[in-house]
Ligand binder design. Structure first.
Ligand code: PLP
Length: 398
């Protein structure tokens, strides 16, 4: 039931996994090497150093053969203790899942409710921490880019809020769908654990999880109360210092990681971030011209990675997505949890340029028509105009 499948290129416009560049595919298409030998040691050193550049840190980054969920668990079990109080914010589905994991680890989560249309409010964080005179809260854990909603929280401001409250809580941040697409600075923003993974802005297949670790987090890991073995930072950091891993690493994904980091640094991180913002602004221009609504309510929190679009009432987003896939061979992101059927998500991250975006937006516009979703024509034209005049597209809308 996908007559267009295989006729030309599939458009993978979900907000991750994102398309893998040909260069990365070729870099991974290699014979396996001895992970205890000198060739691997060079690769290990290169990727561990390259990760520091991308996370903007001089501190250690640990690479696991895992999905992002594993790296979430690593952040928890290396820094906290059973019963510890943790402050989290309901920005959307992924914040809710991280909270669920924290609860399973018997952490005492204060989950600030949210409407899934806004990011973390730094003022709320500050107020909660100011109230916590006894310093019972051991960590603030937030999602930088909420992939379920297309809302990017302001991590630098959250850091300032923690400092303004003069509170010693650790700051744990999920950058699973932002790293390599949205500006992020682990050291400068005083983040204690940054969690990420391979399959979004890093343009790799799924399979690698990361934690960047501050000195304070490392110190906490020396005396915290959770049991762990596989996720233990200490076990990793010892061999990592020589470019090696304590067990068999995902060697070919690491070949890909080296290539992906080279691609990001050749373009320049600032240019990569600017490109994502430009593509996101053009996407929002299209959504507005279609007469549809962007889920994110706060322009200061628009995601450069994806745009979640609200369906007109009584139209099912998944029925539309099915028509777009069958007729035009484009995969769009589904609405997650309470947003199921109500939104679809357009991913514009990783290896995505102007013409790829225009192809995707054409697929959405034709799909809306084919599925009988009420909308105005002209979204594609509005996106073109936005790309030609990026300053205008970034200006506040009336
Ligand atoms: N956090 C965010 C923000 C995500 O977008 C995702 C996955 O999309 C996850 C966590 C979970 O990561 P994974 O599916 O790699 O375990």
């Amino acid at each position: 039931d996908r007559p267009m499948a295989g006729k030309g290129r599939h458009f993978l416009n979900i907000p991750g996994p994102s398309p893998v560049p040909e260069r990365v595919l070729r870099a991974m298409n290699r014979q396996i090497i001895d992970h205890r030998g000198p060739e691997f040691q060079t690769l290990g050193r290169e990727v561990l150093e390259g990760c520091r550049t991308v996370f903007k840190t001089r501190q250690p980054v640990v690479i696991y053969p895992s999905s992002g969920t594993g790296a979430w668990e690593s952040a928890i079990v290396n820094t906290l203790s059973p019963g510890d109080k943790v402050l989290m914010v309901e920005t959307g589905h992924f914040a809710t899942l991280w909270r669920q994991m924290a609860a399973r680890w018997r952490l005492d989560v204060d989950f600030v409710p949210g409407d899934w249309r806004h990011g973390v409010d730094p003022a709320v964080i500050e107020a909660r921490l100011v109230d916590d005179k006894a310093h019972a809260i051991k960590a603030v854990a937030v999602v930088h880019n909420e992939t379920s909603t297309g809302v990017t929280s302001r991590v630098a401001e959250i850091r300032k809020a923690i400092d303004a409250a003069n509170h010693p809580a650790l700051l744990l941040v999920d950058t699973i769908s932002s790293l390599g697409s949205v500006d992020y600075a682990h050291d400068e923003w005083g983040v204690d654990v940054t969690v990420s993974c391979s399959q979004k802005g890093l343009m790799l297949p799924p399979g690698l999880g990361f934690t960047a670790i501050s000195e304070k987090a490392l110190k906490a890991s020396k005396s915290n109360g959770f049991m762990r073995s596989y996720w233990d930072w200490e076990e990793m950091l010892k061999p990592n210092a020589q470019g090696f891993f304590p067990y068999t690493p995902a060697t070919n994904l690491l070949f890909g990681l080296k290539e992906a980091i080279d691609i990001l640094l050749e373009e320049g991180l600032d240019q990569v971030f600017a490109r994502h913002k430009r593509l996101a602004a053009a996407t929002r221009a299209a959504v507005e011209a279609w007469g549809l609504e962007v889920l994110c309510k706060n322009p200061a929190e628009y995601s450069p990675v994806l745009t979640a679009v609200l369906m007109p009432p009584s139209h099912d987003a998944d029925a539309f997505r099915k028509v777009a896939l069958e007729k035009y061979d484009i995969s769009l992101g589904t609405g997650l949890a309470k947003l199921a059927g109500k939104v679809f998500r357009i991913g514009h991250l990783g290896e995505c340029n102007e013409l790829m975006l225009m192809g995707a937006l054409s697929g959405v516009e034709m799909g809306l028509a084919a599925a009988g979703v009420p909308h105005r024509r002209g979204g594609v034209a509005a996106a073109l105009a936005a790309l030609e005049q990026p300053e205008a597209a970034n200006a506040p809308r009336k």
